[in-house]
Ligand binder design. Structure first.
Ligand code: SF4
Length: 361
């Protein structure tokens, strides 16, 4: 099909594509970011959502973010969580502490451990094989949703393994899937400003590609509202959409706004709630090869999370028994399963508990 010149794009030409189940272009997405009527975006995003998921249902999971170490040499400017090697506040949980946290998660109905930390130079592949094997031996029912691409690339590097060898060994030890963390904005110009020592865009994507080839699935994320432009956000989504076309690595897309408190990235104005809702809607419309879109209660709070359900989101994310990374940057919206269910019902949907595979429990 011929592509309309940007000045011929209108909300009607985009709506025609959405109602026909067709893909929108980057220029269309740019138009949507400038379109004044947010409710038009909600209507289109909700239509995409209905094409993909049960319109009555909002899913959620019970899990724990287990930040096994905060030691990290990478020093991303947006991060308030890390402590550099040898810092007095650096920690590495003992195996016993980790297993006790997993036990506590299981006791509270949790099914997923999101095992994530910093790039700790003391931890090679044998550490991860050891702790994953212990967790799986004692809690075979728990799903290990673990490590960011940055961690995996670094573990491979210091263990002198190829990426695929590293992923194979992690999988054999119990790794089920990889969270999309560390994507931030997949544009190297932006990464050079906010995280100059971290993996590049191509390296992040290659890790997800290599994992997918081994049957390890992941999620994709976007942290916005810092130094990026709208074009950067659209380029980020374009890279994610292309990889999803290529090998379907992603089960869900999750976007959240940068929390500047206690970081080395001073941003005068945090992204607004309107910007968040617009971005949720544009991502749902643009990423037509994704089924699930998660709200970010942790950064937006319950009311905007409920509102985002009308902007294309269909998942409330995780009831977090523990979370340290976003909380370190100032936000503490941590709610119980009962509160999740009440919020979902009050917004007019049926809550449904799920596992990491998005299967109902
Ligand atoms: S975001 Fe991750 S890689 Fe960057 S400093 Fe924080 S812990 Fe380290």
């Amino acid at each position: 099909m011929a592509t309309l010149a940007p000045d011929r794009i209108s909300i009607d030409t985009i709506a025609d594509k959405v109602y026909a189940g067709e893909r929108i272009t980057a220029d269309d997405a740019r138009f949507l970011y400038q379109h004044p009527n947010l409710l038009d975006l909600a209507t289109l995003a909700n239509h995409r959502r209905i094409q993909k998921t049960d319109p009555k249902v909002v899913t959620y999971i019970i899990g724990r973010i287990l930040n096994y170490t905060n030691v990290c040499w990478v020093r991303c400017k947006f991060c308030a969580f890390y402590r550099t090697p040898n810092h007095v506040e650096g920690y590495l949980h003992s195996d016993e502490e980790i297993l006790a946290k997993v036990q506590d998660t299981v006791d509270k109905g949790g099914v997923e451990i999101l095992f994530q930390g910093g790039l700790n130079p003391k931890l090679k592949i044998d550490y991860y094989e050891g702790i994953f094997s212990k967790i799986k031996a004692r809690f075979p029912e728990v799903i290990l949703h673990a490590l960011s691409p940055a961690e995996i690339i670094y573990i491979a590097h210091i263990s002198k393994l190829t990426l695929t060898e590293c992923l194979e060994r992690l999988k054999a030890a119990g790794l089920h899937s990889i969270p999309g963390a560390g994507g931030e904005i997949l544009v190297d110009r932006v990464r050079a400003v906010i995280a100059p020592y971290k993996d590049t865009t191509d390296e992040w994507l290659e890790c997800m590609r290599a994992a997918s080839a081994l049957g390890i699935r992941s999620t994709a994320s976007m942290m916005f509202g810092h130094v990026e432009t709208i074009d950067d956000r659209i380029e980020h989504m374009g890279r994610i959409r292309d990889l999803q076309d290529e090998c379907q690595p992603f089960r869900a897309f999750i976007s959240w706004t940068f929390q500047p408190e206690d970081t080395n990235l001073p941003i005068p104005n945090k992204a607004s709630s309107a910007d968040y809702l617009r971005t949720v809607a544009v991502s749902r419309i643009f990423l037509d090869n994704f089924d699930n879109f998660q709200v970010s209660i942790l950064t937006q709070g319950p009311k905007i999370a409920q509102t985002a359900l009308a902007y294309g989101a269909n998942d409330f994310g995780s009831v977090m028994i523990e979370e340290n990374v976003v909380s370190a940057a100032g936000n503490k919206f941590i709610l119980s399963a009962e509160e999740f269910e009440r919020l979902i019902c009050d917004a007019g949907y049926e809550p449904r508990r799920r596992n990491t595979r998005y299967e109902p429990l």
